[in-house]
Structures are given as C-alpha cells and as structure tokens.
Design a protein around this ligand. Structure first.
Ligand SMILES: NC(=O)c1ccc[n+]([C@@H]2O[C@H](COP(=O)([O-])OP(=O)(O)OC[C@H]3O[C@@H](n4cnc5c(N)ncnc54)[C@H](OP(=O)(O)O)[C@@H]3O)[C@@H](O)[C@H]2O)c1
Length: 342
C-alpha cells in the first residue's frame, strides 16, 4: 500500500468566497457546574483566531463524555477561565479565516478537527477557533454530522491501538466498552492492523461488534470476561473500576508482561501498583489532537476500511438533551449536535 502525504497541497485556483463572521453567535453554554439542564442557549462573541489558528464555521459538533464531565464540575472544569463556558472539542465545518493566503486550509475548505481553545472546549457554537495542527480535510464521503463524530474518539482509538498497543497481526487485544465512541473505532483499527480482538459489550451490541471486526464478543451483563478470555497481550480499558472492578479484573486477563491501558482519567486509582503486583505493564493515556493522524483516519474512512456510527443527532438548542442521553452511558458510537446548515 502506498501512502500519500498526510496533508494535501493547497487546492489550485481561488478560494471559495466566505462571508465575514458576525460579531456574535449562537452557542450552548453553562453558567456554573451542574446537571445536563445547566446547558442553555446563549449569544456570545465570535472567538478571534491568533497566530496559526483557523476560524471555522461549525456545521456539526461531536459530543464526548469529557464535555459532560466538565459541565458537571469534573473533567477539565478546573481550567475554565470564565463563564459562560461553551463545551465541546469536536467540530466539522468550513474555514472562514486562515492565518495567511497560501495556508493549506484556506477559507472555504471543509475541515474536521479537535479544538483546544480556550483549553476547555468551545465546539457547541456557530464558530470555533482551532489550531492548524489539529485539523484535517473532512473526508469527502462523510457528511459534516458524520465527520463531527470522529475527531476526539478516533484520535483516542488511534493513540491507543496504533501508537500505544502497536497493533499487529496475531496480537490479542481485549477492548472494554467496545460499542462506545472510542471503542467502536478501536475495534475497527485493531482488526484492520491484524489483531485478534475480543470486545466487551451488552447483548444488543454483540452482532454489531462482530461486524466491526471483533473476533469474539463477551456480554458483560451475563459473563465475567476473565472467565471467557485469558493471556491477552493488551487490555484497552475504557471503563476502569467505576463499574464492577473492570480495571482490577482486567489485570488477571493479561499474559505475564502484557500491557494494561487505562483510559478514563481517575477511574482506577492505584492501577500502576496493582499492575506491578500482577506482573503486567500499565499505562494511562490522554488523547493528542493530532491533525496528521486525523488525516490518516480520514483516508481510512473514505476507503471504507473504518466507519463512524452516529447513534443520535440533536439540534444545538437541544444540547442539554444530548448530554442527558450521553450520561445514560449506553451510546452506540457517537452523539452529534447539528449546529448550522452546510
Ligand atoms: N483519556 C482520554 O484521553 C480519553 C479520551 C476519550 C475518552 N475517554 C474516556 O473513556 C471513556 C469511554 O469514552 P467513550 O466516548 O467511548 O464513551 P461512550 O461512547 O459514552 O461509551 C458508551 C458505551 O460504553 C459501553 N459500556 C458501558 N459500561 C460498560 C461496561 N461495564 N462494559 C462494557 N461496555 C460498557 C456501553 O455499551 P452498552 O450500551 O452495551 O452498555 C456504550 O456503548 C469515558 O470515560 C471517556 O471520558 C478518555
């Protein structure tokens, strides 16, 4: 397989005409930490890009557990500089302002990416600023709603499966919460690179997880996974000890020297000591908003090797409802907010 460069050259010809942004915009925001109903519609100033950032008109915004955790006073809420705060890291939309004329993503370019301004999100809004290094061209085969479901979850899956587990032919990987946003990408990527994937999920998701590439599925509602699988090389744990000691029990499913990866921050205090006592390696993980990796994921999506599954779509005005749905903990794939027309 021949790889093309990670970033496309600027398209020839004149950039598409893009109207200047207004001074204010619609957003979903919260004024203080609280429940899902703390989210309300707000009119706030359009953010201003600095240095190498892009200003993007958001067509759709992905919803991730970190958004809800932060809104609830956990997650990255400690970094919120001022209220009202606009959640959200995932966007798909159209570039409105680029830093310079021959920038690789000129105005009019359809992009998707993961923003980090002002470190606590800002995607649930009509406009967002996003670092150049954190975007890629939107896959042409995906709608903006589909593309918005990709960045944070797929980049996490990429970081776990490719960069941390080094997935390869014959490797045995156990993935918990395989039917969620991160999990459904992790299953597909691990299978794509030849690993033998065992996925945990509930009854209703079992056949779907096999379609995604899982060689076997363990129904966590009826079976203790450590009774059904052993001697795996890697566990990708998207649950931790927040449910039925999933983290502690995972250590017993690994071969000696195998690798345990704990993903939800703070969900398994003492995992390093417990792993050492069990004779396995362990690491935590944090997503990196890497536009180059996202461009590669975009190609896998366009080729059909990887798919994004969108469970529910809500209007921006219904962001509170979207958070309430996410917090039930049973999303299949992704929840996305539709922010504006294409
Ligand atoms: N550190 C980082 O950089 C990073 C990045 C991304 C995500 N995360 C964290 O990783 C976790 C997963 O994120 P996500 O976006 O994938 O969440 P998600 O989409 O909300 O996950 C929902 C899925 O979890 C499954 N599930 C729930 N409990 C389970 C259990 N005990 N065993 C197996 N499956 C279970 C559900 O399946 P059923 O409906 O069948 O129960 C559902 O499909 C979250 O805590 C998130 O905050 C961390």
């Amino acid at each position: 397989m021949r790889f093309r460069p990670l970033r496309s050259a600027p398209p020839s010809g004149e950039p598409l005409p893009v109207p200047d942004p207004p001074e204010t915009m619609r957003a979903a925001a919260f004024d203080a930490p609280g429940g899902a109903d703390a989210l309300h519609e707000a009119s706030i100033g359009v953010p201003k890009p600095v240095m190498s950032e892009l200003l993007v008109r958001v067509v759709a915004a992905g919803v991730n557990p970190i958004d809800a955790k932060t809104r609830g006073g956990a997650g990255v809420s400690g970094e919120i500089p001022a209220y009202p705060s606009v959640p959200g890291f995932d966007v798909s939309g159209i570039v409105v302002k680029a830093p310079y004329e021959s920038h690789p993503f000129p105005p009019g370019t359809e992009v998707f990416g993961m923003l980090s301004y002002p470190r606590t999100g800002g995607a649930y809004a009509e406009y967002a600023v996003i670092p150049t290094l954190s975007v890629a061209r939107k896959p042409t085969s995906l709608s903006h709603v589909e593309a918005a479901g990709v960045p944070l979850a797929a980049l996490t899956a990429w970081g776990l499966v490719v960069e941390t587990a080094h997935a390869h032919e014959g490797q045995r990987i156990l993935i918990h919460a395989a039917s969620g946003g991160v999990g459904h990408f992790a299953v597909q990527l691990a299978a794509y690179f030849g690993a033998h994937v065992t996925a945990t999920g509930s009854t209703r998701n079992a056949s779907w997880l096999r379609e995604l590439g899982a060689a076997s599925v363990i129904d966590y509602t009826t079976t203790r996974f450590e009774d059904a699988v052993s001697e795996v090389d890697v566990v990708i744990d998207l649950v931790g000890n927040t449910h039925a000691d999933t983290g502690t029990r995972s250590l017993t499913a690994l071969r000696p020297g195998g690798l345990y990866i704990i993903v939800p921050t703070g969900s398994f205090p003492g995992y390093a000591e417990a792993a050492a006592a069990a004779g396995v390696r362990a690491t935590s993980y944090k997503v990196i908003p890497d536009g180059g990796a996202l461009a590669t994921v975009g190609r896998l999506l366009d080729s059909g090797a990887v798919q994004v599954y969108i469970d529910r779509v809500f209007d921006l005005a219904d962001a509170a409802e979207a958070h309430a749905e996410l917090e039930k903990g049973h999303t299949r794939g992704k929840i996305v907010l539709r922010v504006s027309d294409d």
